[in-house]
Design a binder for this molecule. Structure first.
Ligand SMILES: CC(C)(COP(=O)(O)OP(=O)(O)OC[C@H]1O[C@@H](n2cnc3c(N)ncnc32)[C@H](O)[C@@H]1OP(=O)(O)O)[C@@H](O)C(=O)NCCC(=O)NCCS
Length: 172
């Protein structure tokens, strides 16, 4: 039986932006991620990549989810709003390449991200903000030990209606 990892975290590389630009413009992904609503151009994505690669974003860290055969970027995961005083951060994750969804990658990636948050950044607690209709994400975060902590009613306008935003948390 193979023991090869399903996915590993690596730093973003400049070439990854050609994939991520397409993901950001996919309406379903954009809605699930609550991302920027207007079209994301190649130039905008290049600027964002530049700022990450130059280390200009001190309160966030971003990783590519790399498939083990070629190291190709199939998704992204991030810690955002890292608060060095409270030792907390918010997690986001996207398996951009749909062929890789629902096969356990999300769990493996979040376990690696949580280990990094605890052992390298000395974070104490992580949070996740998930829309009420996003069953896959709620299931994923619960599967790696996040607990529901609250609900912001009709917080986010997406898909033509106001949706509740669920707050999840996990102590590391
Ligand atoms: C949410 C997402 C990251 C899940 O990643 P994934 O690799 O497909 O998840 P996994 O295969 O590791 O599965 C983790 C758990 O979620 C469940 N799950 C995954 N996809 C599911 C789906 N579409 N519907 C219901 N449950 C699902 C799995 O059964 C598993 O639960 P279990 O361990 O209790 O059996 C992925 O679907 C995605 O990228 N979606 C679009 C972006 C997004 O919504 N990001 C989160 C924003 S908050």
């Amino acid at each position: 039986m193979s023991t090869a990892p399903l996915v590993f975290l690596r730093p973003l590389e400049d070439d990854d932006r050609f994939r991520t630009t397409a993901w950001r413009n996919d309406p379903e992904t954009r809605d699930a991620m609550m991302s920027y609503r207007l079209p994301v151009t190649a130039a905008m994505e290049a600027r964002w990549f530049r700022s990450v690669l130059d280390g200009k974003r001190q309160d966030e860290v971003h990783f590519a989810l790399a498939e083990p055969v070629h190291g190709a970027c199939v998704g992204l995961t991030s810690l955002r709003e890292i608060d060095q005083f409270s030792s907390t951060a918010w997690v986001s994750i996207l398996i951009g390449d749909r062929a890789f969804r629902h096969s356990g990658l999300g769990k493996v990636a979040l376990e690696q991200l949580m280990a990094y948050a605890k052992d390298t950044l000395a974070l104490r607690k992580l949070g996740a903000r998930i829309l009420d209709f996003n069953a896959a994400s709620q299931r994923l975060f619960q599967a790696v030990g996040f607990q529901p902590e609250g609900r912001l009613k009709e917080q986010v306008f997406v898909k033509g209606a106001f949706h509740d935003l669920l707050l999840y948390g996990r102590f590391l």
